[in-house]
Design a protein around this ligand. Sequence first.
Ligand code: FAS
Ligand code: PHB
Length: 392
Amino acid sequence: MHHHTRIGIIGAGPAGLTLALLLQRSGIPCVILENRSRDYVENRVRAGLLEQNTVDLLRDLGAADRLNVEGLEHHGVILSFNGQRIRVPFDELTGGRGITIYGQQEVVKDLIATALYRGIDILFEADATLIEGIESEQPTIHFTQNGLVHTLSCDFVAGCDGFHGLSRKTMPPDSYREFRHEYPFSWLGILANVAPSSDELIYAYHERGFALHSLRSPSVSRLYIQVDNEDKIEDWSDERIWEELSIRLGAEGWALERGPIFEKSITPMRSFMIDNMQYGRLFLAGDAAHIVPPTGGKGLNLAVADIRWLAEALIHFFETGQTDLLEQYSSNCLRRIWRAQDFSNFMTYLFHKQAEHGSFENLLQKAKFDYIGISKAQATTIAENYVGLKDV
Ligand code: FAS
Ligand code: PHB
C-alpha cells in the first residue's frame, strides 16, 4: 500500500516525536514509522536527566503537564572523590537554570499521547527497510507492517531511528567522517523501589570505581556503577550491587538506603559521531548521528537540540522555499554535539577508575576534582555545561 506525506519520520523516540509535534504546530504533515510496539517504546528504560532547554521546549509544545507535576527540579549536583564531597550550585552559577529528573520513558509516553491527541500519524510495528531517492525531491521509505509491504513517499526523510537504525547506513559512506571512542568500562544501571538517599544527584569517583546516585520519584531510586566491559548482569547479585554502591557513594554521616531492584541493565560507554548529518533530502537527528557516554546526561537532550534546528529549517523551507537553514543544519547541530562530547568525556574521565590508585593519572584526577572546589570559574564551567548551554 502506498502512503504520502510531507515529512517521513523514522523512529518514535524523543527526536522523532518532538519533530512531529513541532511540524504539526506549523501545519506541516508528517508520518512517524516506529518498528516497535507502543507499549515497548513507552516502557524502555533509559535516560532521566532533562536539561533546561529540553524542559522549556516540552512546555512550549504543551506536552509537559505530567512533567510539571512529577518532574524533580534540581538546583545543584554533588560531586564526590573517595568520600570527599563538593556541591556545585546551579542558580548562582547559571542565572537560575537547572535540570529536571524525569524518566525518558515518561517523556516518550507524554509525547506519544500529545501527538496522537493532535492527530499525528504514528504507525507502530512499522519497520523501515529501505530509503530510496534521497537525492531526488520525492524520497520513498519502504516499510513493513503486519506482514504487508508499504511505501511512504515524502518531501524529506527525518532519520530519527537511533544508533542501530537504517538512516545513517543510507548515507553514502564518503559523505561523512566517523569518530568513535570506546571507553574501557560500562555502566550497570538499576531502578529500585526505595526512597532516594539524596535530594540531588551524586557523581562519585572511588578507587573501586564510579557510582552515580540519581532519582526517579520520592519512592524510586536510579543508580549506576562502573563495571568491566566483559561483565554480565548475572555476575552482579542485588547484594553485590548494593554493597558496591554503598562503598563508592559513601561519605561521613551518610548512608545509602536499599530496596528491591526491579530493573537492571548494562550499557557500554562510548562516544560516536559523524561530521555530516544530511544528504539530499535525508536528515539525521539524535542517536542516529551521535552517541555520548551518559556521564553528562546529554543523550536525550542532544536529540532534542538537533530537532530544534531541523524543525526550524524545514518550517523555513515550506514557508519561504529557501534552503539556507537546511544547508546549515549539520553545522548548527555539530557545535552543540562537540560541546556535549567534550563535557561528557571530561566527566567520564574525571569520575571513572582507569588508573591505579595513587598513580600519576589518578592524582591528576584528584587535582581536577579539588580545583572544582576552589575555583568559581571551574565550578561555573561544570554547572553551565551540565544544565545545558542556552545557545551554542
Ligand atoms: P532512540 O533510540 O530513542 O529512538 C529511535 C527509535 O527508532 C526507536 O524507538 C527505535 O525502535 C526506532 N527505530 C529504529 N530503527 C527503525 C526502523 N528501521 N524502522 C522504524 N523504527 C526504527 N542518555 C542520557 O542522557 N542518559 C542516560 O542515562 C542514558 N542511558 C541510556 C541507556 C541505554 C541502554 C541506551 C540505549 C541509551 C541511553 N541514553 C542515555 C541515550 C538515550 O537516552 C538516547 O540519547 C535517546 O534515546 C536518543 O533519542 P533518539 O535519537 O530519538 O533515539
Ligand atoms: C539518570 O537519572 O538516568 C541519569 C542521570 C544523570 C546521568 C545519567 C543518567 O548523567
